[in-house]
Design a binder for this molecule. Structure first.
Ligand SMILES: CC(C)(COP(=O)(O)OP(=O)(O)OC[C@H]1O[C@@H](n2cnc3c(N)ncnc32)[C@H](O)[C@@H]1OP(=O)(O)O)[C@@H](O)C(=O)NCCC(=O)NCCS
Length: 286
C-alpha cells in the first residue's frame, strides 16, 4: 500500500464494513450509515498515520488494476495488530482474504496479535482458521442518567509527558505500548489521566465526534471505573461504551449504574496473549 492507495482502500473498506457491521444488528437498532466527508477525511488521516508508522504491514490486493481488498496491520514492539481487513463485497469468499491474511501474518513474524472483529462469517472463519481465539464482546448503549454520576476526584487532562508511563501501562496489559499511536491520538482527542500517587495509574481518550469513550487502560478496576465515569460524565447524548470483553465486567457494572443497556458486539480476536484487563481497546489501534 502507498499513500495514493488510501482513497481506494477507504472505499473498499467502507463498502465491506457496511455489510459486516450490519450483521449483528438487533430490532430497533439503526442501520450502519455511509460516512460523511469528515468521516472520510478522518479515516484517511488515521490510516495514513499507520501506513507511515509501519508500511510493511499494509497491503492491497488488486484485480484488473482495481483494488480488490486491503489489510492494514502494524507491529509495535512484540505485538502485532490488525486495523483493517476488507475485500470488495462482490469478490468475497474467493480466497482474496486468505492471501491478504497470510501476507500480514508473515509480517507479524509470530508475534502475539490482536484485532477487533465484526460478526461477519467470512471474517470470523478466517481468524479462527488462522489460529486466533475469539472473545465475545459486549457494549453498553444509551443516555447516561446524570443523577447517577458520582463525584470523581484525582483526574486531570493528559499531557505529552504522560505518554511514557502510559506506554509502560500498555506493555503490562497487552505486551506493548501504543507508541506513535498515542502521539496521534493525543493530537486528535481529549485525554484524561489518573496519576494520583495513592492510586493505580490509568488513562482514557474521549471520542468527541461520536460522543463516547474510546481507548481506556488502568492499573486496577477501581481506577478504570473512575476514568469511565468521568468519560461518561462528559458525554452529551446517546453514547456507547465499546469492546467490553468478559474480563472487563467492571465496565458493564459502571454502564448499568449509569442506566445504559447491555448489547452484544463482535469479537476481540487474540493469539499468544490473554484478554487485557482493565482495558477497553480502540477500534483501529487496539
Ligand atoms: C473478512 C473478509 C475480508 C474476508 O475476505 P474474503 O476474500 O471473503 O476471504 P476468503 O474467501 O479468503 O475466506 C473467507 C472464508 O469464509 C467463507 N465466507 C466468506 N464469506 C462468507 C459469508 N458471507 N458467509 C459464510 N462464509 C463466508 C469463505 O468461503 C472462506 O472460507 P474457506 O476458505 O474455508 O472456503 C471479507 O469477507 C470482508 O470484507 N468482510 C466484510 C468486512 C469485515 O467484516 N471485515 C473484517 C473486519 S474484522
Amino acid at each position: 500500500m502507498t499513500p495514493d492507495d488510501l482513497p481506494a482502500a477507504r472505499r473498499v473498506s467502507f463498502a465491506a464494513f457496511l455489510v459486516g457491521d450490519g450483521l449483528p444488528r438487533r430490532v430497533g437498532e439503526p442501520e450502519p450509515e455511509p460516512p460523511d466527508e469528515d468521516g472520510v477525511r478522518r479515516w484517511i488521516a488515521k490510516m495514513g498515520h499507520l501506513l507511515a508508522a509501519d508500511p510493511a504491514g499494509c497491503l492491497v490486493a488488486e484485480e484488473d488494476g482495481e483494488m480488490a481488498g486491503c489489510a492494514i496491520s502494524q507491529n509495535r514492539g512484540g505485538l502485532w495488530y490488525l486495523s483493517v481487513f476488507a475485500v470488495r463485497p462482490g469478490l468475497q469468499g474467493r480466497g482474496v482474504g486468505k492471501r491478504l491474511m497470510d501476507a500480514v501474518l508473515a509480517h507479524a513474524d509470530g508475534r502475539p496479535g490482536m484485532l477487533s472483529a465484526t460478526a461477519h462469517p467470512g471474517a470470523t472463519r478466517r481468524y479462527r482458521l488462522a489460529g486466533f481465539t475469539l472473545h465475545p464482546m459486549m457494549r453498553m448503549v444509551g443516555r447516561v442518567d446524570r443523577s447517577r454520576l458520582p463525584a470523581i476526584d484525582g483526574l486531570r487532562d493528559g499531557r505529552p509527558g504522560d505518554l511514557a508511563w502510559m506506554d509502560e501501562l500498555d506493555e503490562r496489559l497487552r505486551g506493548a505500548g501504543h507508541g506513535p499511536d498515542h502521539v496521534h491520538l493525543r493530537e486528535n482527542a481529549p485525554l484524561i489521566v489518573s496519576d494520583d500517587p495513592g492510586r493505580r495509574p490509568g488513562y482514557v481518550y474521549l471520542d468527541e465526534v461520536w460522543d463516547r469513550p474510546m481507548l481506556l487502560a488502568a492499573g486496577d478496576p477501581e481506577t478504570a471505573g473512575r476514568l469511565l465515569w468521568e468519560a461518561l460524565a462528559r458525554t452529551k447524548g446517546e453514547t456507547i461504551v465499546n469492546r467490553i470483553t468478559v474480563a472487563n465486567h467492571w465496565a458493564v457494572d459502571v454502564g448499568l449504574a449509569a442506566r445504559l443497556d447491555i448489547r452484544q458486539q463482535g469479537y476481540l480476536v487474540l493469539r499468544g496473549m490473554s484478554d487485557p484487563a482493565p482495558y477497553l481497546a480502540e477500534t483501529h489501534f487496539l
